[in-house]
Design a binder for this molecule. Structure first.
Ligand code: ZN
Length: 182
C-alpha cells in the first residue's frame, strides 16, 4: 500500500457490485488518523467523482471501515466534498421520499422513504469530533452511505411492488457478480 503513493499512479479504486459479500459485512471503527487515511479519502473522492456519484462508502471499495465521502452538487455547479469518519445518526426529524441509486447497484433506481433531517456525530479525518444537522439531499446521501457501513443497501427498503418490478435486474447483477464479473 505504501509504495503506491508515487506520482502518476491510478487513484481510482475498484467499486464492488451487488452480490459481492463485502457489501453485506459490518465495518470497524476507524482508529488511526494518519496519512494513510488522508490518501484513502482522496482516492475515494476521485473514485466517486469519476463514477459520477454523490456518495461513496468504504465497503464499496472493499474496505471494512466506518468511513464515507460525499460530493453534494451546489447551485453554482461546484461540488461540496466532505469525508465522515465513524458517523453516527443521533436524531432524526420528519420523513420524505426521494429516488435513490447506488454505484454498487448500477442501472437500478427506486423511491425510498427516510427521515428528512438528521443530526450526525462524526470525526474529521484529523480525528476531531463534530456534530451537526443535515437536510435535503445531503441528509439523504449520508443516510444511504451510513447504511453501507452496516451492510445495508437501498434495495432493502423497496416497497413490494417496486421490488417485484426490479427483481429481474437485481438477480442479473448478482449472477454477473457470482460469475466473477466486475
Ligand atoms: Zn450506495
Amino acid at each position: 500500500m505504501s509504495d503506491e503513493s508515487a506520482p502518476g499512479r491510478d487513484m481510482t479504486l475498484n467499486i464492488h457490485i451487488l452480490g459481492d459479500p463485502v457489501l453485506r459485512q459490518r465495518t470497524r471503527a476507524v482508529e488511526t488518523f494518519d496519512e494513510g487515511l488522508q490518501t484513502l479519502v482522496h482516492d475515494m473522492y476521485e473514485t466517486m467523482l469519476e463514477a459520477d456519484g454523490i456518495g461513496l462508502a468504504a465497503p464499496q471499495i472493499g474496505i471494512e471501515q466506518r468511513l464515507l465521502v460525499v460530493g453534494i452538487p451546489l447551485d453554482d455547479d461546484s461540488v461540496k466534498l466532505a469525508a465522515f469518519v465513524n458517523p453516527e445518526i443521533v436524531a432524526t426529524r420528519d420523513r420524505c421520499t426521494m429516488e435513490e441509486g447506488c454505484l454498487s447497484i448500477p442501472g437500478i433506481r427506486a423511491d425510498v422513504e427516510r427521515p428528512s433531517r438528521i443530526q450526525l456525530k462524526w470525526q474529521d479525518i484529523d480525528g476531531s469530533e463534530r456534530k451537526a444537522w443535515f437536510e435535503d439531499l445531503e441528509a439523504r446521501v449520508l443516510q444511504h452511505e451510513i447504511d453501507h457501513l452496516d451492510g445495508k443497501l437501498f434495495i432493502d427498503y423497496l416497497k413490494p411492488e417496486d421490488r417485484a418490478a426490479l427483481q429481474p435486474a437485481i438477480t442479473r447483477l448478482q449472477e454477473l457478480q457470482g460469475r466473477g464479473g466486475k
